[in-house]
Design a binder for this molecule. Structure first.
Ligand code: S3P
Length: 436
């Protein structure tokens, strides 16, 4: 895979900005899916319209859920939308397969939601998604009595035979919000209480939105419990900014001396703040202030450049910063002292093998990053610059771009278009903070 190659030159001076980033991808997926099984219309305000969430909307339309532009947004299907919920029993399998594109969240969460639908739902995706393991959702869905077929037992296409899931108590072998959400969404259709046990909590957007929609969701010790067959209704979901997108700009500001940046109206859910906490622990000058609004805390976050030092990050902290590990590795190249990040095995099964990709990218640009089993060891050192191949992975494309700003000679990113999977307008945002 190649695509457009873009050069990111070293920043000519401090970065400055007071801006917003695109809306949260995880919350947008959930607003569309939970909206789909509400028993009336749900207005979704400020959803993220990027490749991944467009895949979710397209799949939902195909299973019988109308999603229309909200009043006042004209024919623009990239703005606010009304999801015309069909209730828990209204999902119907179409002819042919459902295309989740590049999006693991679309495929894994929909598999749970559709477990209570009518007919056989075949979920498929692009070449990257076809290489990602689905046994993690096949196993619990089978435990709930649902017939599921997957290629070679684990890979898309995945066929979910809609039926009547039974409630389970399930402890996923890996920390994964996608697996937890799949089980909870299937549990919506089951009589009785479905429970997911997590040793380390993963992002909890599904639980928050289900509770807001009227479901009985509780945290009981290390288990999230859900009472099945609720009547769900939501008037409106407002989607705040995506902290995982903000993290790219925050990293750029933390690396370019003299920079200062504020990001407004960001989702500041504690299960998503691990990266900012780790940056602070490295000596980064970053602060945030959240006010709870509806189901999700929202607020502003500011960062100012400051000298950094290395840290050791324990495995149990990884779920709260799983998508930001590449950025921590980049920050570590500029820190005084070595950084070791533990418990990164899950990175091997993201949109690319991100553990290998991080080491290849950092080393290819002149730094030192080594994989040791499931850990990554990064030694400090200036990045010379060079070529980064995104390999179809949006976060690797944006990592290369940010690395360019703090390198000596700049970075060429091959396959920059991948950024549109989660952060439409990324290049413009980077230009904006350089021009301010
Ligand atoms: C997501 C959960 C995480 C994350 C992904 C989005 C979600 O995946 O990496 O980008 O919205 O639930 P896992 O649950 O597989 O760790």
């Amino acid at each position: 895979m190649s695509g457009r190659t873009v050069t990111f030159a070293p920043a000519g001076g401090p970065l400055r900005g007071d801006l917003r980033v695109p809306s949260d991808k995880s919350i947008t997926h959930r607003a569309l899916m939970i909206g789909a099984v509400c028993s009336g219309p749900v207005v979704v305000r400020g959803p993220l319209w990027a490749a991944d969430t467009l895949s979710t909307a397209a799949c939902l339309r195909r299973v019988g859920v109308p999603i229309d532009p909200a009043a006042g947004t004209g024919e623009d299907d990239r703005g606010d939308v009304v999801v015309r919920g069909v209730g828990l029993d209204g999902l119907v399998a179409p002819d042919g397969s459902l295309d989740a594109g590049n999006s693991g969240t679309t495929l894994r969460l929909l598999a749970g939601l559709l477990a209570g639908g009518r007919g056989v739902f075949v979920l498929d995706g692009d070449a990257s998604l076809r290489g990602r393991p689905m046994d993690r959702i096949v196993d619990p869905l089978r435990a709930m009595g649902i017939e599921v077929d997957a290629r070679d037992g684990s890979y898309p296409p995945v066929a979910v035979h809609g039926g009547a899931p039974t409630a389970v108590r399930y402890a996923p072998p890996m920390a994964s919000a996608q697996v937890k959400s799949c089980v909870l969404l299937a549990g919506l259709h089951a009589d009785g209480v479905t429970a997911v046990v997590e040793r380390v909590p993963s992002r909890d957007h599904t639980e928050r939105l289900l509770a807001e929609a009227g479901a009985e969701v509780r945290l009981e010790g290390d288990a999230v419990t859900l009472v099945g067959r609720p009547r769900l209704s939501l008037d409106e979901v407002r989607v705040p900014g995506d902290p995982s997108s903000a993290a790219f700009l925050v990293t750029a500001a933390a690396l370019v001396p003299g920079s200062s940046l504020t990001v407004r109206r960001l989702c500041l859910n504690p299960t998503r703040l691990g990266f900012f906490e780790a940056l602070r622990e490295m000596g980064g000058d970053v602060e945030w202030c959240a006010c709870a609004r509806g189901g999700e805390p929202v607020g502003d976050l500011s960062v100012r450049w400051a000298p950094l030092h290395g840290i050791r990050l324990a495995a149990e902290r990884v779920p709260a910063l799983i998508d930001e590990v590449p950025l921590l590795a980049l920050l570590a190249t500029a820190a005084g002292g070595e950084t070791v990040l533990d418990g990164l095995g899950e990175l091997r099964v993201k949109e690319s093998d991100r553990l290998a990709a991080i080491a290849t990218i950092v080393s290819g640009l002149g730094g030192t990053a080594e994989v040791e089993e499931d850990s990554l060891r990064v030694r400090p050192g200036r990045l010379r610059g060079g070529l980064v191949r995104a390999m179809g992975d949006h976060r690797m494309a944006m990592l290369g771009a940010v690395a360019g700003l703090c390198s000596d000679e700049g970075v060429r990113v091959e396959g920059m278009d991948a950024a549109a999977v989660s952060f439409p307008g990324f290049e413009a945002a980077l230009r904006e903070v350089q021009a301010a």
